[in-house]
Design a binder for this molecule. Structure first.
Ligand SMILES: NC(=O)c1ccc[n+]([C@@H]2O[C@H](COP(=O)([O-])OP(=O)(O)OC[C@H]3O[C@@H](n4cnc5c(N)ncnc54)[C@H](O)[C@@H]3O)[C@@H](O)[C@H]2O)c1
Ligand SMILES: [Zn+2]
Length: 405
């Protein structure tokens, strides 16, 4: 028995932002990030559409990339004062994820962050507000997913909140918003989407409903990501749809240990100068995890199917897995993403010596491995790693060495 949940309405295509006019309610809060939505005029347009729909509008801005628990709590306090019946979150994964967590706290003020992190343990929402999400990056697909990723900076750990209760009611996937993405953001978010689709396809929770979405997303991302990165706006528009399809797949099929590892390494080296940006972490770890998971016969077959759809050749599943790994590494090269943490520079570009010193990585390795195994995404990975295997895998991701275990 399984459940497949998506937003009730997904408006898509150029100009679809205008559908905000059709929301029915009295008060809407718009949650945005650091300023790109304001700068490019989308925030003003959204506000005007909601006012046209007869709503009073309040804006919560300044949600930082990889939002913190504090940001969530502060935003929820503002919502409790304003009392909106619509929460409209617009921007990258960060403001939309933060708004989802604010939503929980707004509906259940007594709910703590620890309560929110209980997987599939969120109480029934929509007693106070409905939720509309409008992505401006082509990657996280949080506009259609049951997830929100919030960072506890005291612990340096990202926590996924997971429950179909936080799947938005309305998603507006307007490619106009993605046109302003700089190259680096296009690369990282695009590889995040590729990782979503591939992890969903080999997840132990995959099903016929999610497979169709995952495979089509993979084909689209293969066709369009590098062109989108190089400035082709028709490809960028298709990528906006592709990432959303990938999201529909993984929200229902769940993910795997690429994400577990990305969640547990993303903020843990912040004291050494930078985050490992989510999509870049995924792009670096995905080829390593494919090699590890392919020891599982079912996963190997499924990677083979992906390679077939991508027309990568290969006479048997081993060759197909190798071709898939090679192709993904080639995409990283095209997108100027390094292959390992050691070469991950503070600006996220490949460099001879990255910002995470070897001794610091090795010191923290054991804890990262334990935390990654405990991540909510590990349970649906096709091969369950031991702590020792996870440490070895993380080392391969640090040094770019071959996974032969
Ligand atoms: N909820 C989920 O299902 C899910 C899935 C994957 C990742 N995530 C989380 O999402 C976060 C990453 O989100 P993201 O990759 O979308 O980036 P982001 O939201 O963190 O934004 C990154 C930067 O890009 C800017 N930006 C956003 N859109 C822009 C545009 N159109 N033009 C110019 N600049 C723009 C932002 O202002 C910000 O400075 C991470 O915290 C990650 O863990 C969530
Ligand atoms: Zn992701």
């Amino acid at each position: 028995m399984a459940r497949f949940t998506l937003p009730r309405d997904v408006y898509h295509g150029k100009g679809s932002l205008e559908n905000l006019k059709s929301l029915k309610g009295k008060k809407a809060v718009i949650v945005v990030g650091g300023g790109s939505m304001k700068r490019f005029g989308f925030l003003d347009r959204a506000e005007a559409y909601l006012k046209e729909a007869g709503m009073e509008v309040m804006i919560i801005d300044g949600v930082e990339p990889d939002p913190s628990v504090t940001t969530v709590m502060n935003g929820a306090a503002k919502m409790l004062e304003f009392n909106p019946d619509w929460i409209v979150a617009m921007g990258g994964g960060s403001p939309i994820d933060a708004a989802k967590a604010m939503w929980i706290k707004y509906e259940y003020p007594e709910c703590t962050f620890e309560d929110m992190c209980k997987v599939f343990g969120i109480p029934e929402l929509r007693k106070k507000a409905h939720f509309c999400a409008i992505p401006s990056t082509s990657g996280t697909a949080t506009e259609v997913t049951a997830f929100s990723i919030i960072t506890d900076y005291d612990k340096g750990i990202k926590y996924p909140i997971a429950d179909f209760e936080i799947t938005p009611d309305v998603a507006i996937v307007d490619p106009d918003l993605a046109e302003t993405m700089p190259q680096k953001l296009t690369a990282h978010t695009g590889m995040d989407a590729m990782t979503h689709a591939i992890e969903a396809y080999v997840s132990t929770a995959n099903c016929d409903y999610t497979d169709a979405l995952a495979i089509h997303a993979i084909e689209m991302i293969q066709a369009d990501l590098v062109d989108s990165y190089n400035g082709d706006m028709a490809a960028r528009a298709r990528m906006h749809n592709a990432q959303c399809l990938a999201g529909m797949a993984f929200s229902n099929a769940l993910l795997g240990i690429v994400h577990s590892m990305a969640h547990k390494t993303g903020a843990i080296f912040a004291d050494y100068g930078a985050h490992i940006i989510h999509g870049a972490a995924n792009a670096m770890y995905l080829p390593k995890v494919i090699a590890f998971n392919a020891k599982d016969p079912t996963a190997k077959k499924r990677y083979g199917v992906i390679a077939d759809y991508m027309k990568l050749g290969g006479a048997n599943d081993d060759e197909k897995v190798a071709a898939l790994i090679k192709y993904l590494r080639g995409m990283n090269d095209d997108l100027k993403i390094p292959h390992c943490i050691k070469n991950y520079g503070a600006d996220s570009y490949p460099t001879e010596q990255g910002f995470v010193p070897e001794n610091v990585f090795l010191e923290r390795l054991h804890d990262i491995a334990v935390n990654a195994i405990g991540d909510a995404c590990t349970g649906s990975n096709p091969r369950q790693p031991s702590v020792e295997e996870m440490e070895k895998l993380l080392k391969c991701c640090y040094y770019d060495t071959e996974v032969d275990f």
